[in-house]
Design a protein. Structure first.
Lengths: 174, 164
């Protein structure tokens, strides 16, 4: 556990949760990341609710307090309620979540916990619910969700407490 | 072979899978290439960590690839072969050892990374370099898993092994 922040905040700390974070120490990398993350969220083929469920599952398994408490606005608008978010937890398999969302959670778990453990019948089930392009987008999303929540963990950037906070969905800048 | 019942045009196995989302793939490549182009972090250090992450996760394709920037900066196959047992090897510098230990914790147990582990790296890297280093680890870790999950296999021909 980080007992304190391991990298100090950037000289000019903005209000945007990503642009105002320690990532601002590297402006050129930050710009490229924001284009990638905006493309993932707002120029994609996979629905926002599924992506948000995968992001929340990562937040819980990777254990990122910031990621766990943030909600993206477009997923809310497309129908992801807080009641559904609480189901993305132990026992999700027997919950009221749809089979499509349960398949996405099982896939996220394989990605995060046992990457070589993805086998049938889960592959066939995924292909019943998602197109190949949607699978690529979901997997790239998991790579970024996991990678950047680990950055927050290892650099000691997580808030100790934080209320559930709805923020604008990332989009490609300007 | 990827288990996805579709593939995109392209010369590498990653092109044929990731290319199914062309705009996303383009933005990914632009971001990932910046770490090698900007040289914020020494390419030898980055390459050692990329290969160590790939070995920990068992990503065959990443293990076979070599970054020309690292070879150009003097990284040879002998040192790469020593990576499997780097803790007992004498060929790695203090900064390389600190970064390899950090990279392993990043992949396997990020919450187990101690203040001492972080301080060992920040003794050698500035805050800005540390941010670039951890972002590179996030991509190595995340996109090695991407290739494993989607069955992106090693390239068949040796001359296809050098990344563009």
């Amino acid at each position: 556990m980080a007992s304190k922040a391991r990298v100090a905040p950037p000289p000019v700390k903005g209000t945007d949760p990503l642009a105002g974070s320690v990532l601002a120490h590297q402006p050129e990398l930050l710009d490229a990341f924001l284009r990638l993350y905006g493309t993932l969220w707002s120029r994609g083929v996979l629905d926002h609710v599924t992506k948000e469920i995968a992001r929340i599952r990562n937040a819980r398994i990777t254990g990122c307090n910031y990621c766990r408490n943030v909600r993206f606005a477009e997923a809310r608008r497309q129908g992801l309620s807080e009641e559904m978010v609480t189901l993305v937890d132990e026992g999700f398999g027997e919950s009221q979540l749809s089979e499509r969302h349960k398949a996405a959670i099982r896939y996220a778990d394989a990605f995060l916990i046992d990457p070589h453990g993805l086998r049938e019948p889960l592959r066939a089930e995924l292909l019943r619910h998602f197109s190949p392009a949607e699978m690529v987008e979901l997997t790239a999303g998991l790579a970024l969700f996991m990678g950047f929540s680990k950055i927050a963990v290892v650099l000691g950037q997580e808030p100790e407490t934080m209320p559930t906070t709805v923020v604008p969905t990332p989009d490609v800048p300007g | 072979m990827s288990w996805l019942p579709a593939s995109a045009p392209g010369t590498t196995s990653l092109d044929r899978v990731f290319g199914l989302r062309p705009e996303l793939y383009e933005q990914y490549r632009e971001f990932a290439e910046l770490f090698w182009r900007l040289r914020v972090v020494d390419p030898v250090l980055l390459e050692l960590c990329r290969l160590r992450v790939a070995a920990l996760l068992g990503c065959a394709r990443e293990l076979e690839l070599r970054r020309p920037e690292a070879a150009g900066a003097g990284l040879g196959e002998k040192k790469i072969a020593a990576l499997d047992d780097w803790r007992r090897s004498s060929v790695f510098s203090p900064v390389e050892r600190a970064c390899l230990a950090f990279a392993e914790k990043f992949v396997l147990e990020p919450h187990g990374l101690s203040d001492e582990d972080a301080a060992a790296v920040s003794a050698h890297l500035s805050a800005a370099e540390m941010v670039a280093f951890t972002e590179a680890l996030a991509l190595f870790d995340g996109f090695a898993r991407f290739q494993i999950l989607l069955g992106v296999a090693p390239e068949p021909a040796p001359d296809a092994r050098v990344q563009q």
